[in-house]
Write a protein that binds this ligand. Structure first.
Ligand code: DDH
Length: 290
């Protein structure tokens, strides 16, 4: 792991790219789990309560670190730690979000808009004092369209952005020992594309007969692929479905819309002052709001 000059974020991107390939781990890349780390770090945001989000890097501490929804993300945090050790000038909150953005690009996806300036909670005590209550903010895969809307509207997203963001399930897989669900959504889960949307529309998804939680399956090119109940909700809902159809038909549109929505996700709650620093405030609110 190399040290790069303070403020050289392209240098950090290059460091992240160096560690993505990992034979023997899942499908040979840690890219997908880094994308999930960036998403779960950011997806606790509440536009109404003005707390949660990536600023602070609260997932280093309980209760966020031990939240069942974040099971497995300790691997992502460990994978990325050596880059922080070599470059302690970057905040964890910036590093995690930049790593997720870089991983999407490195796996063939669009360039994600990203800006630095996040601050880390200085300690678990500070995190508790400043963060506010952000428990149970991440989506539950066993539920349906109403739940998806409740969670993403709370962050400030609309129906089109929800479907675009869901395109991240082109990447990675479910792990029985993390979420309880099992398997990848697409045949090549370390390449960003619009396959997920194509498969949602063109395959017959049937309930998997197994002891695990309710999920769907289809065998494609000899591989057992999966969909979560929340994935299937996207084709059953009359407003989500037309967006699934658009993204299945037009990968360039998906790339454009995913980049905008993922970039917006990483920015939630990151309120910078005139010098570009996003300060932490008690309760998680914006220090510059009236
Ligand atoms: Fe997801 N996701 N996700 N997801 N997600 C899982 C894995 C990955 C939901 C549930 C799960 C997004 C939206 C939703 C990624 C990115 C994104 C797993 C499996 C579950 C369960 C975890 C495990 O067992 O390891 C649900 C529910 C939703 C929802 O929208 C309702 C979004 C918005 C993103 C994003 O990045 C923008 C990625 C990547 C993975 C694969 C992780 C891995 O380790 O591989």
């Amino acid at each position: 792991m190399s040290s790069v000059p303070k403020g050289d974020y392209d240098g950090i991107r290059a460091e992240v790219k160096k560690i993505l390939k990992r034979p023997g781990y899942d499908d040979g890349s840690i890219g997908p789990v880094l994308v999930r780390l960036a998403w779960h770090a950011s997806g606790t945001y509440s536009a109404k309560e003005k707390n949660g989000g990536s600023n602070g890097a609260g997932m280093r501490f309980a209760p966020e670190s031990s939240d069942g929804a974040n099971a497995g993300l300790e691997f992502a945090r460990e994978f990325i730690d050596p880059i922080h050790a070599a470059n302690p000038w970057i905040s964890y909150a910036d590093l995690w979000t930049l790593a997720g953005a870089t991983a999407v690009e490195a796996m063939g996806g669009p360039k994600i808009p990203w800006k630095p300036g996040r601050t880390d909670f200085a300690s678990e005590v500070a995190a508790t004092e400043y963060r506010g209550n952000i428990d149970n903010r991440l989506p539950d895969a066993a539920l349906g369209a109403q739940h998806i809307r409740d969670v993403f509207y709370r962050m400030g997203f609309n129906d089109q952005e929800i479907v675009a963001l869901s395109g991240a399930h082109n990447l990675g897989r479910c792990h029985a020992d993390r979420s309880g669900f099992d398997g990848p959504w697409v045949v090549n889960p370390i390449r960003f594309s619009n396959q997920y949307f194509k498969l949602l529309l063109t395959r017959k998804w049937v309930p998997r007969k197994w002891d695990g939680p309710f999920q769907y399956e289809a065998i494609v090119a000899g591989t057992r692929l999966m969909m979560l109940p929340t994935d299937i909700a996207l084709i059953e809902d009359p407003v989500f479905r037309p967006w699934v159809e658009k993204y299945a038909a037009d990968q360039a549109l998906l790339f454009k819309d995913f980049a905008a929505a993922f970039g917006k996700l990483l920015e939630l709650g990151v309120d910078r002052d005139g010098t570009g620093v996003a300060h932490l405030v008690k309760g998680g609110g914006c220090p510059f709001a009236a």
